[in-house]
Design a protein around this ligand. Sequence first.
Ligand SMILES: [Zn+2]
Length: 140
Amino acid sequence: MHELSIALSLIDVATEESDRRGGAAVLAVHLRLGPLAGVVREALLSAFQLAREDTHLAETELVIEDVPLLAFCPICQQERTIASVQELCCPVCDTPCGDVLQGRELEILALEIVEAETDDRTVASNQDCQKLQSDIFLEP
Ligand SMILES: [Zn+2]
């Protein structure tokens, strides 16, 4: 199951970041998800709940931010927000738009972390999480 392997990778990254910060609690993993990422949002959320069980991230939430599907319309010569993943047509002139600009995203936006020593809440940006990028986000 594709979503479960992604969820496990998310847990791995969060665990590693937590360990790197001396066992800091990870409150939430923020993820950007595009409609063309090939991941079912609901399936990923339930897979994440499974994956976090029996780890020290059992309280960690997965927060998914939906990324709108954008494509370039060759007729309008403009970026358009595409309503249907199935059709990929310009909402204005109905021309098929093959040139997808955005919508394949599957990336960690941030990890919400409470530092073990200071109790300060910090947010690790995805630059801090390169491992995840290379582990799962280069999948076709
Ligand atoms: Zn158009």
